[in-house]
Design a protein around this ligand. Structure first.
Ligand code: G4P
Ligand code: NA
Ligand code: NA
Length: 194
């Protein structure tokens, strides 16, 4: 997606540890025009998938999740991250381990909002190791609903997330795929194969 690539090149900052900082338009300050374009792009990629709900995770998934849900005319649900392991009878829960942060969070969604028969599109801002997306997919499946696909704004293709998700059988659509962040430079996957 060209507008997203331009934002990454013009406003992204590569940190030395293989992390792309996108606080200027996605993770802290949000560019609402770009967010709407992102929603339209996910919408067009999943227009024929009969999506009934969009599911993301707080906080950075909410903006692209909202614009995607707006485009597909569905509700948006965002999973909450919980520090405590307090149980509640009305929650779907999954454990998500972050290799980046070396911590495990329990993510939760109320059973009220994902129902049997729902066809759910999962949206997230980044795909690195795939743990967040797998946790979200687990929530959907616990509700006897279907994961229609996983939409990612920025995929770090040099990390194992996409392979893990595809091996688990999920359809993954990423709007920008980064092949490398070495030498503080952004390389997109398409550039390699051309
Ligand atoms: P995983 O879900 O793919 O396994 O990712 P990981 O645990 O490695 O990521 C932990 C957090 O860091 C997630 O945000 C994820 O979106 C983010 N992240 C991963 N790689 C990058 C990167 O290169 N750049 C940026 N900016 N973020 C990255 P989070 O903790 O859930 O935070 P937020 O949604 O509240 O912002
Ligand atoms: Na994030
Ligand atoms: Na995220």
């Amino acid at each position: 997606m060209e507008e997203l690539k331009q934002a990454i090149l013009n406003k992204g900052v590569v940190l030395s540890d293989g992390v792309l900082k996108v606080d200027a338009f996605l993770n802290h300050q949000i560019d609402p025009v770009l967010a709407l374009q992102i929603g339209k792009e996910f919408g067009s990629r999943f227009i024929n998938s009969r999506i009934t709900k969009v599911l993301t995770i707080e906080s950075s998934g909410i903006a692209p999740g909202l614009t995607t849900a707006l485009e597909l005319k569905t509700p948006l649900i965002f999973a909450r991250k919980r520090k405590s392991l307090t149980l509640s009878s009305n929650l779907l829960t999954a454990k998500v381990h972050s290799f980046t942060k070396n911590e495990t969070n329990e993510i939760t969604v109320s059973k009220d909002f994902i129902n049997e028969g729902d066809n759910v599109l999962i949206i997230d801002d980044f795909l690195a190791n795939g743990e967040a997306a797998l946790g979200l997919a687990s929530l959907v499946e616990q509700a006897n609903a279907t994961v229609a696909g996983i939409g990612i704004v920025i995929e770090k293709s040099f990390q194992p997330g996409r392979n893990k998700l595809e091996e688990a059988g999920y359809v993954v659509e990423s709007l920008a795929r980064l092949s490398s962040l070495v030498d503080k430079k952004v390389h997109f996957l398409e550039e390699i194969s051309e």
